[in-house]
Design a protein. Structure first.
Length: 236
């Protein structure tokens, strides 16, 4: 799959890491991650959606093509819905990795794409830059243009730690004079919009890095898994 297109993009100065473009005054990149939400060929845990047993996420096969049967939209196929590894990285040109900062992990809602919705329509990177927060926005592509709140790899124990470790490494490669440890020191703020509640809940419950999470913002995003958010609040 080709990298997502963005509007009004121009190359930023060269770097060894992801190639940033300037979109509306914010530096934006879309690298592919090995540890992004998809593809995912594991199971939906037994404690997801009030089920009593684990079951395969990809539960439909048609001539070798795998898919997931969704009660809301029929069969969503892996190759068109659950196969995009891109992750949005965005920061203000004024972001200073050498000073105290935060990493904002954003889980988008249903039927969304990173470029069309998170960047162009919702303008999340612009909002981060205008907030004055010295931080970086990191947003994995979830179910691509489908009404489905799949957590993907974030259903897997330890997945949040793996994802953040890769994000730290990618960002360190883009900012001279920094290391993975530079970004690993940054507290994480999880922001979930609408259907993004499900990966957020499992990232908190079993992601292996909940101690790094200092805040959670749910934007119309408490559709289930309340126990997992409550447990994290109690622990934190």
């Amino acid at each position: 799959m080709t990298p997502p297109e963005t509007s009004a993009a121009r190359p930023s100065p060269t770097s060894a890491g992801p190639q940033f473009a300037n979109v509306g005054g914010v530096n934006v990149a879309y690298p592919e991650f090995q540890n992004s939400a998809f593809p995912y060929r594991g199971v939906i845990p037994a404690d997801s959606d009030d089920s009593n047993q684990a079951r395969p996420f990809l539960n439909v096969s048609e001539n070798g093509r795998l898919g997931h049967a969704s009660p809301r939209g029929g069969v969503y196929w892996e190759d068109t819905t659950y196969n995009d590894r891109h992750v949005l990285l965005a920061a203000s040109p004024d972001f200073d990795a050498h000073n105290a900062g935060d990493l904002v992990l954003f889980f988008h809602g249903n039927e969304a794409t990173l470029s069309r919705d998170v960047v162009d329509r919702q303008q999340a990177p612009r909002q981060l830059a205008q907030s004055g927060l010295n931080g970086v926005l990191v947003a994995p592509q979830l179910a691509f243009r489908r009404a489905h709140s799949s957590a993907g790899r974030f259903w897997k124990p330890g997945a949040l730690a793996e994802f953040l470790d890769e994000a730290d490494a990618r960002l360190a490669a883009s900012y001279p004079g920094t290391s993975r440890a530079t970004f690993r020191r940054m507290p994480v703020i999880i922001v979930a919009y609408s259907g993004g509640y499900l990966p957020a809940a499992f990232a908190l419950a079993q992601g292996g890095a909940s101690e790094r999470v200092r805040g959670v913002v749910l934007l119309d995003a408490l559709y289930g898994e309340q126990d997992k958010f409550a447990d994290w609040i109690a622990r934190a």
